[in-house]
Design a binder for this molecule. Sequence first.
Ligand code: 5AD
Length: 387
Amino acid sequence: FFCYYIYNNTRVGVMDMNTIFDKLENDYKNNSKVSDKIKYLIDKLAQNSNLEKDEFLYILDNISTDETSYLFKKAYEVKYIYYQNRVYLRALIEISSYCNMGCKYCGINFKVKGIKRYRLTIEEIVRSCEIGYGLGYRTFVMQSGEDSYYTDELLVEMLRIIKDKFKDVRITLSIGERSKESYQKLFDAGADRYLLRHETASRRLYEHIHPSFMSFDNRRECLYNLKEIGYQVGAGLMVGLPTQTNEDLVKDLQFLKKLNPEMVGIGPYLCHEDTELKGNASGTLKQTLIMVALTRLILPKALLPATTALGTLDELGRELALSAGANVMMPNISPTENRALYEIYQNKICVDDKSEFSLKNIEAKINSVDHVIDLGVGDYIDFERNE
Ligand code: 5AD
């Protein structure tokens, strides 16, 4: 098939190699034995879509910038088989910044005081969808803190109105942990997809970054419930969390392999100075991209967003992610006056953009690395909704 690589020369995927090397700080060089072993393991992973725990760990512990370009190339090739250079766009609407949860990394958790919170009414949400639909979007992602204002009844009404108005759209919810009954009602009312990052598959780390009233097991249970009901499910994680080890990241890979979600959101942890975790280092571009690429290789058909957090960490973060296996972007179409208030991390990009502008802007970024936007509904390959 068609691809762009002139590996070891100038370009990897669709990125200039020097750009990648500059960005990833070529800090050390492996001797050829280590380097060959890493490349052998990457080939094996590309072949079998899985590795043993120790093999994943070997890659994470030893990979230098040299081998990352090899990894990204493989990830891009695998993506190309199923999705070519298409990037699916999802319109993100941040419907409420109220939250009952206490995630210690998140700038809108309930303990963060002195910030202005907002929530959108159903009318405002529908209005945002109308604007998004006019721009060409066919997936709307409703995201919020865990806000009990949005009862099942209210959300069912919202879903019915939107699904009635627009026949050819998908609705993704990203509104946190709820009961299986609630997930079922929302699915029956027309929700198609659900994003609920598992955040980390390490129990120790999960408990370190969440208050004791939050449950590692319940979050995973929610993901299994969503799958069972028939949603296209998005799990996901943060890279570079305080005290996170490579072993923790291997647990993420193994959990993802087992859950087999349709989508996986991977972003760097970005330290928010108004949270309990203030003063910690943020995740790095290199490690985040490595996790994106490894995830592409274990879940070849997955929908993988080039996340806003990556774009916030580095102005070319999302473009690099596309070259490393990502194939989705989620432009923000929330009402502009609310955007800055949804500050899960600081310095979030596109807060001041107009929605039309963010679409053009994102399309230009996507085109700059030889990808093209796809405004179709962009379901997971082979997906069929069983009613
Ligand atoms: N840095 C990076 N990602 C964050 N999220 C929340 N807070 C932060 C942060 N400080 C992510 C979580 C959550 C998603 C909506 O945003 O993974 O699930």
